[in-house]
Design a binder for this molecule. Structure first.
Ligand code: CP
Length: 331
């Protein structure tokens, strides 16, 4: 059977897939969905179903709450459907009674219209993008990238704090975190006035993160590095998530080699630190949270992370809409 040609730019694989033009398009579509949401509240019957619903495949071999459910909810909100196409207990792929990735993807192609992939393997979204003529979304691949989270983070900042070009933005995170790299890489499209990285003093900044920060500096952004979260609390925005993945991995494996509390304290955000600094910094976190964000922050006006989750839905709808329409990524 003749398979369709692979259109160029069909996949969203990393921050580099996205151009400024694409980002503006995502923001416009997201705003439209937000407006429709307001109108639907007044007039519930205004929701229109597409003539032929599409099927979104979610192929996740790593745990996820927001990304998997978010894309599934976005599909439903658009009048489409979703299918979990990989289940470690029940799928054949990668098991003794199994089949090849190629056959699994050829089968999914017969049932679905777009594939959203999360994997512990950095190569998997690229492999699937090459194997399939369907559009592929990278929903987080190993330690590499998480580009849809970056689109969500940029839109949340734009919506909750306004023109990104005029803002100071801090990021407190392990520089090897995939969301962090995608975020800093995507900032090149809307460079802030100032960017500050808050990271452990004794863990080297990852080479791709260093490269992304150098690019930002070349675009006129004032770039700096600090090692205590208190030094970020005069910024307009702080994005914070897990500070040290290697120590977290050690801890989850039962290692008590590090004095966790002593080492994480400078990177833990609490209500007390924000109040002492008289900070009106907008705090975002892609979630899930670990020790870096104390629940005491939740009651302060600084806390923007659950609004960020809410805004992620129209952003995911915008991503699905343009990809299902066959609009290419031009980055
Ligand atoms: N932010 C994010 O990627 O969350 P999940 O791992 O729950 O999808």
């Amino acid at each position: 059977m003749q398979r369709p040609n692979y259109p160029s730019g069909k996949d969203l694989l990393g921050a580099d897939s996205v151009s400024r033009h694409d980002l503006d398009d995502i923001f416009e579509r997201t705003e439209r969905f937000l407006q429709q949401d307001d109108e639907d509240e007044d007039q519930p019957s205004a929701v229109k179903m597409p003539r032929r619903p599409k099927v979104i495949a979610t192929l996740f071999d790593q745990r996820s709450t927001r990304t998997r459910l978010g894309f599934q909810a976005a599909a439903l909100r658009l009048g489409h459907q979703s299918l979990d196409v990989y289940d470690t207990e029940r799928s054949r792929m990668g098991t003794a009674a199994g089949e090849s990735l190629e056959d699994h993807i050829r089968t999914i192609e017969a049932y679905c219209d777009l594939i959203v992939v999360r994997s512990h393997m950095e190569s998997l979204p690229y492999q699937i993008g090459r194997l399939s003529y369907l559009p592929v979304v990278n929903a987080g691949n190993g330690a590499e990238e998480h580009p849809t989270q970056a689109l969500i983070d940029l839109f949340a900042i734009h919506k909750l704090r306004g023109d990104i070009g005029g803002l100071s933005i801090a990021l407190s995170s392990d520089t090897r975190a995939r969301f962090a790299l995608s975020f800093v890489k995507m900032l090149r499209l809307l460079p802030p006035r100032q960017f500050t990285l808050c990271c452990l003093p004794d863990v080297a900044i990852s080479p791709p993160m260093r490269e992304a920060m150098t690019l930002l500096a070349g675009l006129g952004c004032t770039v700096g590095v600090v090692h205590d979260i208190r030094d970020t609390l005069s910024h307009d925005v702080l994005i914070v998530q897990m500070q040290d993945m290697s120590r977290f991995a050690h801890a989850s494996l039962g290692s008590d080699a590090v004095d966790k509390e002593r080492e994480t304290e400078p990177f833990t955000l609490t209500a007390q630190k924000l109040i002492e600094a008289k900070s009106d910094t907008l705090v975002l976190n892609p979630l899930p949270r670990f020790t870096e964000l104390d629940t005491s922050v939740d009651d302060l006006p600084n806390a923007g992370y659950f609004q960020q989750v809410k805004l992620s839905l129209p952003v995911r709808m915008a991503i699905l809409e343009r990809m299902l329409l066959g609009i290419p990524w031009t980055g």
